[in-house]
Design a protein around this ligand. Sequence first.
Ligand code: ATR
Length: 271
Amino acid sequence: MKIFALLGNQTGHSFSPLMHNEAYLIMGIDAHYVAFCVDDIESAVRGIRGLNICGVSITIPFKSTVIKYLDAVDERALKIGAVNTIVNQDGRLTGHNTDWLGLTIALKEHMKIEGNTFVILGAGGTARAAVYAIKKNGGNPIILNRTLEKGDELAAEFGCESYHIDNIGNIRAECLINTTSVGMNPDIEKSLVEGNILKQFGYVMDVIYNPLRTKLLRNAEKAGCKILSGLDMFVHQGAEQIKIWTEMEPPRGYMREVVFQRLKLRDKNGD
Ligand code: ATR
């Protein structure tokens, strides 16, 4: 049996084990995906080799720090500066990034990226993947961050504009994407953007998938925007990981349905 794993420091409520294990079952792959909550990423990476774990997902807060413990990093992940996927080939660990592709696929299911302006909230690892994805597809990202210097640094690297988040009232764009964790379960009554400001955007996307309808998305819908939850990006980034690890196309629709149903059940139970 092949073992796949998730490494992060808040993995207890992750839906990745459910999504991956259901996919392997349907695909007829003898594999199991398990989540580890770790503090020390360096020794956890040694554990990948020691335990012969075939593939690993990396999540908050290790997407950037993990890079220095790997043997190689794929060109796109290097440019983004974040790794969310590791492949173990006979003890040689290579880092990849599927977040940018997950975001690209999810966005393109609803709108054109080329020629459109996207306001990105945040300047962390997920924001980096979003800026990369939008630039690569011919869109125009504008970074808005709480810490201006961090946003400016990212903007300089990718050649785009950056402002302090307080300036959001002055910026119009086709789409707003929240890449911060503000509004994620259990802080479901938090949002970085006031409801009336959201009218400036045609689409509002949240990378958060838990809850499915964050406060940002609820307000955006009231303001008349089209809304995109983080569920599709989550499914596609995971599906792209499975593709890298197994060289097979996973059942994306089924994976989405499994996670969607579990999230709905959770919302109903008030968990
Ligand atoms: P990830 O890798 O998931 O993107 P991260 O690297 O910790 O996570 O980045 C989180 C981003 O969300 C940061 O840009 C952070 O802003 P700062 O650069 O000012 O720290 C942003 N963020 C997190 N909590 C926030 C909050 N309460 N208000 C505004 N921005 C916040």
